[in-house]
Design a protein around this ligand. Structure first.
Ligand code: G6P
Length: 372
């Protein structure tokens, strides 16, 4: 009903708008006054966390993309090797798991059968499983050794939005916690990241206030058949997620690529007026990546692509090559996905509406897939 949708036309719009609160709620109560993480829910003995020699993330769909992003944070902050695998592929290749493997199963619903089967397999091999889940008391947390809940509130629209952002927050908290327990990350560093995480809610709010040009652009592309997405580093999984949203909602051919792979194949797809969304890393910090992606934008534009550039405020280098420029607030590199994903959600939602599609219930899809 209209009341359930809180005045929005679709649950998806409501859930996109709820993201600032969802992100803030997921941080709430998980950091103490001194800035240390207090993840009491993670009931896995600290000795086990100290001895873990590998992290394996299993998930499906949007949760898988959250896992791909989390890998960068986990490896950077903890120096523990981290693999990310589609839950549906995981147990069929006889993965190497033992008591020193920490498996993280990410699931909004907690009922996805592929993810459940993957975690059962992991536990049979002696691995510890930590669930990151949005649904209290669902099957995946019940069958895991511990759970860290995302506090996004109920997500109704089939295409995941607020759950995705909170999965990132939860994964980052786990990464910092592992660093804290293992001593690879110290108090001040943790406090600094927590401070940056605490800014994200307000930054998402600001992004949401500036989305009208993105909606307008989406409407103008309603007649297109294909949209490509490019990104690098944590922007690569953001590109994959942007493409997934467009497939799910607009039923368009949409593909995400690592920008560095462009020259190894995808550039052959570029033709006149093809819309290409590029997620640009911050020019501060990893500026090498930034410069490389700017030359990618030049290359595709020279071949006729219509470039839709998502870049942080103050990044002037992209301006000459952007047919459409979407500004996002400056964040540390690892945190950029939490703001960069938002325009892609709005873009897909508006394109779906313009094409006359059912936004909350896309054809052939289910909110939670309880068969393998
Ligand atoms: C389905 C949904 C997706 C979701 C995926 C994983 O395919 O349509 O939006 O990302 O399942 O769901 P989960 O509940 O495990 O996060």
């Amino acid at each position: 009903s209209a009341a359930e949708k809180g005045g929005y036309d679709y649950f998806m719009l409501k859930e996109i708008a709820e993201q600032p609160k969802a992100v803030a709620d997921t941080l709430l109560g998980r950091v103490d006054g001194s800035g240390s993480l207090t993840l009491d829910e993670v009931r896995i003995p600290q000795s086990v966390l100290r001895e873990a020699d590998k992290v394996v993330i299993v998930a499906c769909g949007t949760a898988f993309h959250a896992g791909l992003i989390a890998k960068y944070a986990i490896e950077h902050w903890t120096r523990i090797p981290c693999e990310v695998e589609l839950a549906s592929e995981f147990r069929y290749r006889d993965p190497i798991l033992d008591q020193r493997t920490l498996v993280i199963a990410i699931s909004q619903s907690g009922e996805t059968m592929d993810t459940l089967m993957a975690l059962r397999h992991a536990r049979e091999q002696g691995a510890r499983v930590l669930a990151i889940c949005n649904t209290n008391g669902s099957t995946i947390p019940r069958e895991s050794d511990a759970v860290l809940y995302t506090h996004a509130g109920p997500e109704v629209a089939v295409a995941s939005t607020k759950a995705f952002l909170t999965q990132l927050v939860a994964c980052y908290l786990v990464a910092l916690y592992l660093g804290q327990v293992r001593g690879t990350k110290w108090g001040d560093e943790i406090r600094a990241v927590v401070r940056d995480l605490a800014q994200i809610s307000g930054q998402v709010e600001r992004v949401l206030e500036t989305m009208e040009p993105v909606r307008e652009l989406a409407r103008s592309l309603a007649g297109k058949n294909t949209v490509l997405f490019l990104g690098r580093h944590v922007g690569y999984p953001v590109a994959l997620e942007g493409a997934l949203k467009l497939k799910e909602l607009a039923y368009m051919h949409a593909e995400g690529f690592a920008a560095g792979e462009l020259k190894h194949g995808p550039i052959a797809l570029i033709e006149k007026d093809l819309p290409v969304v590029v997620v640009v890393p911050s020019p501060r910090g990893r500026s090498v990546l930034h410069d490389k992606i700017v030359s990618n934008i030049q290359e595709i534009r020279a071949r006729g692509a219509r470039t839709i550039v998502i870049a942080e405020e103050g990044d002037e280098a992209v301006v000459p090559y952007a047919d459409h420029l979407v500004r996002i607030p400056a964040t540390p590199t690892l945190l950029q996905p939490m703001v960069a994903a938002v325009p892609l959600q709005v873009f897909a939602c508006e394109l779906a509406t313009a094409r006359g599609n059912e936004v909350d219930q896309p054809r052939n899809l289910a909110k939670s897939v309880t068969v393998e």
